[in-house]
Write a protein that binds this ligand. Structure first.
Ligand code: NAD
Length: 284
């Protein structure tokens, strides 16, 4: 059941009531895709801490198992946490994943977060067509399927509100001299489709926002940078704060967008980048 910690006034505004001991997502049912990785896993942990029932979905069964064990260990008081293997580029998988929540009372929060950046992604000349297609299939079609089945579930369960958050990237807003054309194009598409869905479904009470993370302090990136100081500096210099972001800093933003505290925030490119996209020169 949604909305146990909030009330809606006659004009549709949602007033959040922070009752003692009640989490910010108390009673809400959430799906997180790409749940076995950095941002997805941190978000599942936070959602569970804040009282949500969470379905953790990912393409990798072993990674999902490890991630769910970590969550159970960190949040022993978690309400309901289940896992589901799902390839977001396959509509039948996504439909099955969302319909899994029918017995929970339907979905309230959909975090379409799964995404790839392929090692063979390059510039206009060198990007292989199959890498382009694979990237669009997961990063764009996967988000579309997630949005589609979230809307169908909201309607099926007569939800008067629902929150969908789609992970884009700062590369949808600024260009990069290290090309990853298929990825950049896919994240631009996520911003565009999110904005349009926000407007189309606004009168139904369904909100759609896009998260734009800057490069993060994840093992993937850090291992790749290794001890190469110039390579590291070339990236760090763009951050006014002088550091990469952390996955938990993205998860905190997702929690806000998922909760009723953000009830009047809709159709936004929600940028969590330490000011990176606002910088001309950065502090010395
Ligand atoms: P991650 O690689 O740690 O996690 C991504 C997860 O998605 C993995 O667990 C992977 O198994 C899963 N996945 C891959 N293909 C899938 C599919 N077809 N179906 C279901 N799950 C699939 O990555 P992350 O850094 O946490 O990234 C999460 C999102 O954030 C992605 O959309 C990514 O593009 C975006 N992003 C990341 C950064 C960064 O620096 N890490 C920056 C900007 C945007």
């Amino acid at each position: 059941m949604s909305g146990e910690n909030s009330r809606t006034s006659s004009n549709g505004a949602v007033q959040t009531i922070n009752s003692v001991g009640m989490g910010r997502l108390h009673g809400k049912n959430a799906i997180v895709t790409g749940a076995a990785g950095g941002i997805g896993l941190e978000t599942c942990i936070l959602f569970a801490k804040e009282g949500a029932n969470v379905l953790m979905a990912d393409i990798s069964a072993p990674a999902l198992e490890k991630a769910s064990a970590k969550l159970q260990q960190l949040v022993p008081s978690a309400h309901k946490v289940e896992t589901q293997v799902c390839d977001v580029s396959k509509e039948t998988d996504v439909q099955k994943m969302v319909e899994h929540l029918d017995s929970w009372g339907g979905i309230d929060i959909m975090f379409n977060n799964a995404g790839i950046m392929h090692a063979d992604d390059a510039d206009a000349v060198d990007t292989p067509e199959k890498i382009w297609d694979l990237t669009q299939a997961i990063n764009v079609k996967g988000v579309w399927f997630g949005c589609k089945h979230a809307v169908l579930s909201f309607r099926k369960h007569n939800k008067s509100r629902g929150s969908v958050i789609n992970t884009a990237s700062v590369v949808a807003l600024v260009g990069s001299a290290t090309p990853q054309l298929a990825y950049t194009a896919s994240k631009g598409a996520v911003l565009a489709l999110t904005r349009e869905l926000a407007i189309v479904h606004a009168r139904e009470g369904f909100r759609f926002n896009a998260l734009c993370p800057a490069p993060l302090n994840t093992p993937l990136l850090q291992d790749w940078l290794g001890d190469d100081k110039p390579k590291r500096l070339r990236r760090e210099i763009h951050f006014p704060s002088g550091r990469f972001g952390e996955a938990i800093e993205q998860a905190n933003a997702v929690l806000f967008l998922a909760s009723d505290e953000s009830s009047f925030i809709n159709g936004q490119d929600f940028v969590v980048d330490g000011g990176m996209t606002k910088a001309y020169v950065t502090p010395e």
